[in-house]
Design a protein around this ligand. Structure first.
Ligand code: MN
Length: 232
């Protein structure tokens, strides 16, 4: 077990060897399945979400915060059975375990941030596609009602945390979580999230969390990502 993990790690560090592997497509799966976990590339340029989320914020938030959670996670799983687990398996295996709080916090924060970045896009917001819009009307009454629930969750989460659009029991709903907590551990299917840790908005909005949330909902939500998650 140990040897396999080590050889995989060495393989990733010697990136030039990737092209020499005969298994086309397999390296990405292997890299996503176990340690060392990698920082997924942003799905857009670092200035693509400006002015709502500036390149400076992305530089710190993705380049420092997200990366630090990832580096911490890789250090914490190194040499343990968790090194062989996928990120989601690590999250589920460490959730609620008092002696694994650091592991859970870093693993969940890696997952949460990747999910957050993918739920945003330049020229986002606006109206969702027809199928998703119909579903939102069914579960919330209207797009405006859902937007209001997300806004309220994001602005009333006390301290650091996340506002989430999720599906539970076949119904879309809004929940909020503190710190690194993730709805996956409650059996819910996350559809999109808003990071409301101060590091997500302080450089661009200072203390005005409501302005950040409104701007994100109006201009950056990636409805195609929400629809794709619903369809999974
Ligand atoms: Mn964050």
């Amino acid at each position: 077990m140990k040897d396999r993990s080590l050889s995989r790690r060495n393989f990733i560090l010697t990136g030039a060897a990737i092209g020499a592997l005969p298994l086309v497509g397999a390296p990405m799966i292997a890299r996503g399945a176990a340690a060392p976990h990698v920082l997924p590339p942003l799905p857009y340029a670092d200035n693509a979400l400006a002015p709502v989320i500036s390149a400076q914020t992305i530089g710190f938030h993705y380049g420092k915060h997200h990366k630090t959670y990832l580096d911490n996670l890789n250090k914490l799983v190194d040499g343990t059975p968790m090194a062989e687990m996928t990120l989601e398996q690590v999250i589920k295996a460490s959730a609620g375990a008092a002696d694994k709080a650091g592991l859970f916090n870093n693993a969940a924060q890696v997952w949460n941030h990747t999910f957050y970045w993918n739920g945003l896009r330049p020229n986002g917001g606006g109206a969702p596609g027809k199928e998703l819009a119909t579903r939102i009307e069914k579960d919330f009454g209207s797009l405006e009602a859902m937007r209001k629930e997300i806004f309220t969750a994001a602005t009333t989460q006390f301290g650091s945390g996340w506002a989430w659009l999720v599906e539970e029991g076949g119904k879309m709903k809004v929940v909020k979580t503190g710190n690194a907590e993730n709805p996956l551990t409650r059996g819910m299917k996350p559809l999109m999230t808003i990071d409301v840790w101060e590091h997500a908005y302080y450089l661009d909005f200072q203390n005005r969390r409501a302005d950040y949330v409104n701007a994100l909902l109006d201009k950056l939500v990636n409805w195609e990502f929400v629809a794709a998650n619903l369809a999974r």
